[in-house]
Write a protein that binds this ligand. Structure first.
Ligand code: NAD
Length: 338
């Protein structure tokens, strides 16, 4: 089968080609993102493979369907960029990679916590310039601090396990209680209690209408002054403008983010020679107590192997008419996964 791979970076190509030694699909790699302007490139491809910033909206799907595409294989877990209703109407199957890197993402969140607390990002630059002063680098012990985890699924649980190893107390908020987190000693509380008592809050819930701007000015006002917020989940969980106000007042002491609400304009590209037009993002980068990475939490060798193998396995399942546990099936008012 011919597969058009959009948003290709050299690492996607390397890992997909290695995994394809088993399946022997005709993979054709395209650098552009998929959208209504580039969809024509996929004419004649039964399968299209996409990532988080490809726009699989209704006009794009119409063009793909007219060109003979009947399968879209997402190389990611989230599918908020896909118009599932239109895909179902056009008879296009959608498959995804539900969990490729829970350890990688949780470990990256811990990296942000440690770097922000001990100011490693600042110390690195200072030492390179021969400045060995410790002024401004004061940190705190993680031992016996309280970590509030919002969303205790695969990634949130692993973060809890790691932070327990540091001797932290765990508070949790989730619509479902995870017995494995409770077995670690984690205590489920309502959101206001978590906000009021956590020294570090880490977000691991999905982006949905209910969680959009979960961290807004109301939530920030309830937090412990000087606390730390970590977001490796989705940018729009945070109202960035409200967080900037919280940083300016000192209510927020530290911010570590791997995701940003307007990231699709910036992330995954080398813009180092360009003038960045996003003033909110530029403002964020001026704070010494803010650490931003460009959606790299998932980016480990193990994750890329898993993404490549699962994606090609999903395509094989659909091609052979086998049940695919990673298929997303749409019914009005209901999305069925698997
Ligand atoms: P998961 O589905 O295993 O866990 C999500 C948890 O959030 C579940 O326990 C669910 O009950 C909970 N939840 C749902 N609605 C909630 C609400 N309203 N309030 C609080 N909790 C709620 O997902 P996961 O694999 O742990 O991934 C978590 C998130 O991490 C994903 O949604 C994704 O956005 C993000 N992610 C980021 C990267 C990255 O590279 N930065 C990579 C993979 C995933």
């Amino acid at each position: 089968m011919k597969v058009a791979v959009f948003s290709t970076k050299n690492y996607d190509r390397q890992f997909l080609e290695a995994a394809n030694s088993q399946t022997q699909y005709e993979l054709v790699f395209f650098e552009p993102r998929l959208n209504r302007d580039t969809a024509i490139l996929a004419a004649g491809f039964p399968c299209v493979c996409v990532f988080v910033h490809d726009q699989v909206d209704a006009p794009t799907l119409e063009i793909l369907a007219a060109g003979g595409t009947h399968l879209i294989a997402l190389r990611c877990a989230g599918f908020n960029n896909v118009d599932l209703a239109t895909a179902a109407k056009l008879g296009i199957n959608i498959v995804r990679v539900p969990a490729y890197s829970p350890y990688g993402v949780a470990e990256h969140a811990v990296g942000l916590i440690l770097s922000l607390n001990r100011k490693i990002h600042r110390a690195y630059n200072r030492v390179r310039e021969g400045n060995f002063s410790l002024n401004g680098l004061l940190g705190f012990n993680l031992y016996e601090r309280t970590v509030g985890i919002i969303g205790t699924g695969k990634i949130g649980l692993i973060l809890g396990q790691i932070m327990k190893g540091f001797g932290c107390n765990l508070l949790a908020y989730d619509v479902y209680h995870n017995p494995e987190l409770e077995a670690l000693g984690g205590k489920y509380v309502e959101l206001p209690e978590l906000l009021a008592n956590a020294d570090i809050i880490s977000l691991h819930c999905p982006l949905m209408p209910e969680t959009h701007h979960l961290i807004n000015s109301d939530a920030i006002a309830q937090m412990k002054p000087g606390m730390m917020i970590i977001n490796t989940s989705r940018g729009a969980l945070i109202d960035t403008q409200a967080v900037i106000e919280g940083l300016k007042s000192g209510q927020i002491g530290y911010l570590g983010v791997d995701v940003y609400e307007q990231e699709s304009e910036l992330f995954f590209e080398d813009l180092s020679g360009e003038i960045i037009q996003d003033d909110v993002f530029q403002h964020l980068t001026t704070f010494p107590n803010v650490l931003i990475t460009g959606h790299q939490a998932f980016f480990t060798k193990e994750a890329l192997e898993n993404i490549a193998e699962t994606t090609l396995g999903n395509i094989t399942d659909i091609e052979l008419g086998r049940p695919c546990t990673h298929e997303i099936r749409y019914q009005p008012e209901k999305i069925l996964i698997g």
